[in-house]
Write a protein that binds this ligand. Structure first.
Ligand SMILES: Cc1cc2nc3c(=O)[nH]c(=O)nc-3n(C[C@H](O)[C@H](O)[C@H](O)COP(=O)(O)OP(=O)(O)OC[C@H]3O[C@@H](n4cnc5c(N)ncnc54)[C@H](O)[C@@H]3O)c2cc1C
Length: 383
């Protein structure tokens, strides 16, 4: 057993850290945060240097690396700035479904623009009445000749108002029993007539990503936009979650480390009662607890990524990584605010934003409770 990153992995991590340190300007981040705007300029630079889609094959503009290398990039970005890191990490959201199940034509058409900085993707699974439970969906795609006609709506869709296409999970056979055996994944270009998107409104964090409400009103797409097999979409999306949850766990890990970095620096500078805060033993214990949580999370996140790249899908480990890293990101960012006192509560001091951005880690891509359900069912099986 060797816990070290390979030289190549360490080089990727260093390159991502250097890029983030050089490009993630604090004032620009604050501007995007306040304007709720996507950081197009920084995203394009990240694409031109190969960070977006690093895990895609070279012929699609990627670098042929795995989920673990992608996680290293995401962690480094989120450590430097939670808001910018998450926005960049999610710019190719759900694309792995096409990567895994799509045809060669679909991959060329839809994935290459993501790595070139010419397109942003979104993944539409959640509906107003179906969040954690997507075993039945109200959004339907019914076959008419060589087309699917899509009707329905999705909510909380990251990049929903800015993406060039949606990777949509919908009901292609509303009569199927069980219902999830009648679901398919279909790509919908967002300039197709009948499609519309609007912003869901103010949210707690990740303000540099748009969160959209999508409406499909007799949207007609060619049958060639079906990804994978008809009526196998639910299973394809579950497999995608096994990968994407590792990426979310890496976001959480980066946020925790970034909040810790800032708390450490502050407590070594700030003096109260004639001493640096870091000289109080209570502060030292807090820092020790924070770093222990981060290091524990890192072990499980990297292991989940490594295992995935071995072709050994382990939903339980992935859920553990996402659940644990998400939880400790919230805890560590909370403690970081505490260590900065009143200054930590202010917008200009980034830990406040790290804290707000951390909370979504326990909600999207399956809530904390849903991860626990996955872990528990792997322990208990059918009772
Ligand atoms: C900012 C943001 C971005 C998002 N991005 C996307 C996106 O890009 N694409 C997309 O499809 N979705 C996205 N989502 C949706 C997200 O995945 C859902 O919000 C999430 O899955 C939970 O669904 P829900 O909100 O309907 O909550 P519900 O499913 O109604 O859950 C409410 C509470 O009940 C608990 N609960 C539900 N079922 C169980 C159970 N069986 N056992 C125990 N507890 C349970 C949940 O854990 C939660 O605590 C996003 C959400 C947000 C807020």
């Amino acid at each position: 057993m060797d816990f070290r990153l390979s030289n190549e992995q360490a080089a990727i991590q260093k390159a991502a850290e250097e890029f983030a340190k050089g490009e993630f300007d604090k004032d620009i981040a604050l501007e995007h945060e306040l304007a709720h705007s996507f950081p197009y300029d920084i995203w394009k630079k990240a694409c031109s240097l190969g960070f977006v889609g690093i895990h895609f094959p070279e012929e699609l503009g990627g670098q042929d690396y795995g989920v673990l290398e992608n996680a290293l990039v995401v962690e480094a970005f989120c450590r430097q700035d939670s808001g910018l890191g998450i926005a960049l990490s999610l710019a190719d959201f759900a694309s792995e479904i096409i990567l895994r199940f799509g045809t060669q034509e679909q991959k060329q058409k839809y994935l290459t623009p993501l790595t070139r900085g010419e397109a942003i993707s979104s993944g539409g699974f959640t509906e107003p009445d179906h969040g954690s439970d997507i075993t039945f969906l109200n959004t339907s795609a019914l076959k008419e000749g060589t087309e699917y006609v899509i009707n329905g709506g999705k909510t909380f869709i990251t990049n929903g108002t800015i993406s060039q296409y949606v990777i949509l999970l919908c009901q292609t056979d509303p009569e199927a029993t069980p219902t999830y055996r009648g679901q398919s994944v279909i790509i919908v270009d967002t300039d197709t007539p009948g499609f519309s998107a609007s912003d869901v409104g103010h949210k707690m964090g990740i303000k540099m990503t748009s969160t959209g409400e999508l409406v499909f009103n007799d949207v007609r797409v060619p049958e060639t936009n079906l990804v994978g097999k008809e009526n196998r979409g639910f299973y394809q999306v579950l497999e995608f979650f096994d990968e994407s949850r590792i990426e979310i766990a890496a976001q959480a890990l980066g946020i925790a480390q970034g909040a810790f970095d800032r708390a450490l620096a502050y407590t070594k500078e700030r003096t109260q009662f004639g001493k640096k805060l870091a000289q109080f033993q209570v502060t030292q214990h807090k820092l020790a607890d924070m770093l222990t949580k981060i290091e524990t999370a890192r072990l499980v996140v990297y292991k989940a990524g490594w295992k995935y790249d071995q072709g050994d899908l382990d939903a339980r480990l992935t859920s553990m990584a996402k659940m644990y890293a998400g939880r400790i990101a919230v805890e560590v960012a909370d403690e970081a605010i505490q260590l900065l006192g009143g200054y930590g509560y202010m917008l200009e001091n980034e830990v406040e934003r790290f804290y707000r951005d951390a909370k979504i880690m326990e909600i999207y891509e399956g809530t904390r409770e849903i991860q626990k359900n996955t872990i528990a069912s792997s322990i208990l099986g059918k009772l």
